[in-house]
Design a protein around this ligand. Sequence first.
Ligand SMILES: [Zn+2]
Length: 263
Amino acid sequence: MKGAGPVTGAPQAARAGAWRRDGQFRLRDLPMILMYHGVAEVPEDPNLLCVTPRRFAEQMTWLERHGLRGVGVGTLVNAMRAGRQRGLVGITFDDGYVSVLEAAVPELARHGFGASAYIISGRLGGTNEWDEGPSWPLLSASGVRELAAAGLEIGSHAATHLRLAGAGPEQLESEVGRSRASLAELLGTEIRGFAYPYGSMDAAAREAVREAGYDYACAVEASMAEAGLMALPRMYIGQQDDAARMAAKRLLYRGRIALRGRR
Ligand SMILES: [Zn+2]
């Protein structure tokens, strides 16, 4: 295991209990979670969804140099429950692009890092047709199995990439509940994690995720009032994020979440 090993003790464990009761937590206990989509060299990327393999390598090296270890969010949540999340950073990939298997997995392996990939259960082998812009291939069923075999945590990114804020009970059931069941069947394992498409969620969506049996869910711009195990805030990382910007983003991470709550 590379990176700084977390130091644990009784006071830390007691603090962890503060958020465990209601699934919410204090700002200073909030670990950093990075959000990626594709890792590929692409001719055009108007929605800024890809980082090049070279940039991704730089960013992973930056984490390691700063004594941080990249892990999947399931692992991070376990560590949070034990009050041992110090030095850990969640790494996530939304949508399930083929490029994650091709380019991110080998780089993660070089650093001994883990990560989570959130898969759209009803679009296996398809493309990102919900986006306006270039079309990129999504992993097929066998590709998702390969990703899991490579050690990535597989979670759900809904069934069709529907925006969940404002969705009705039937839509929530099919996007949240059925997608969990179908990925569990595909992999023969429990699916613990969910990531809201577009980061779009409301109280009903968070409740649907909890009801469906997920252990946690990743949001994007969750405020401190919404933040909790059913809405873990994440930070977008893109091609522009060189070492200096990574350092600035790390410094500002908690402050930005705190400010969101006051808007
Ligand atoms: Zn997505």
